[in-house]
Design a protein around this ligand. Structure first.
Ligand code: IPD
Ligand code: CA
Ligand code: CA
Length: 275
């Protein structure tokens, strides 16, 4: 194990404890239409920052609520990098679930070195499940190695999707959802991108796709899927860009090809309707 993963896990646990501590006293507010934030998000982010920058003061720290603040001030959400190492943090992924006391939310922390994600942790404070991954060393759940399901057919697949908080009526996101709903065994919108990826890595889900997520939602989870033997690409079939992470993840290559075809059918049907 690298020196980084224990710090990553300790920071996720400290963040998770903040979320539990705030559960009965937070006040939600909208930072954008239907896009919620609470004191818990901010408290967890601070706890995580203290642990990570306490251990690695020279590293960059990119966290969702800092990015939201920069954006509200008219600045670039993601500042230029100063270090080869950058921690990418979502202190609470699934804030809407947390606010409504649904159990599906998580802390997500990843470490990027140059262009590669090298380790990550997704912690579910409700169940206590702690998913970890290290580049070249696999994905683990509470120390047990994980593999994707290996499912090869969309007809047999349990699929999850993330939408933007405020999905526009008639958007391609809806058309893609309808196409995949018809072609798959079942589709879920569980509300935490980070947990969806951890679930693909652990074989609970067979496919997950998202076109409106951000680096902090998926940086740790993408490493989990690839290290567990799954496939991750952009919607164009190319490697994903972590700062613009439109992506499809699947439990096998044949399944991936089938999902990509169905998503492309949705794009063609929208393009056809415009003519
Ligand atoms: C959200 C969740 C959700 C996804 C949204 C994200 P947040 O993150 O990951 O699954 O659909 O696009 O914004 O706001 O709860 O950290
Ligand atoms: Ca998130
Ligand atoms: Ca968040």
């Amino acid at each position: 194990m690298s020196d980084f993963l224990p710090v990553c896990v300790a920071a996720a646990r400290a963040g998770g404890q903040c979320l539990v501590d705030w559960q009965d006293r937070f006040l939600p507010r909208e930072k954008g239409p239907k896009d919620l934030v609470t004191e818990a998000d901010l408290a967890a982010q601070e706890a995580i920052r203290n642990i990570i920058l306490g251990a690695f003061p020279e590293h960059d720290f990119l966290a969702e609520e800092d990015a939201a603040e920069r954006k509200s001030l008219g600045q670039a959400a993601i500042p230029p990098r100063k270090s080869a190492y950058r921690w990418i943090v979502d202190p609470l992924d699934g804030t809407a679930n947390y606010v409504h006391r649904l159990q599906n939310y998580a802390v997500s922390i990843a470490l990027q070195h140059e262009d590669d994600i090298v380790c990550g942790c997704v912690l579910d404070p409700t169940s206590g499940e702690c998913f970890t991954a290290e580049r070249g060393r696999g994905t683990h759940l509470d120390g047990r190695p994980l593999r994707v399901s290996g499912c090869r057919s969309l007809e047999q697949a349990m699929v999850a999707v993330s939408f933007s908080p405020n999905v526009p009526r008639g958007s391609i996101e809806i058309t893609r959802f309808v196409e995949v709903l018809h072609a798959s065994q079942a589709v879920r919108r569980l509300g935490s991108a980070a947990l969806n990826l951890a679930y693909v890595a652990s074989g609970r889900l067979d496919v997950y796709w998202a076109t409106s997520v951000q680096a902090w939602d998926v940086a740790a989870g993408v490493l989990m899927v690839t290290e567990a033997g799954g496939t991750v690409t952009g919607l164009d079939g190319k490697p994903i860009e972590i700062e613009r992470p439109e992506m499809v993840t699947s439990a096998s290559e044949p399944l991936h090809a089938e999902v990509m075809e169905v998503l492309e059918r949705a794009r063609r049907s929208i393009a056809g309707n415009r003519h």
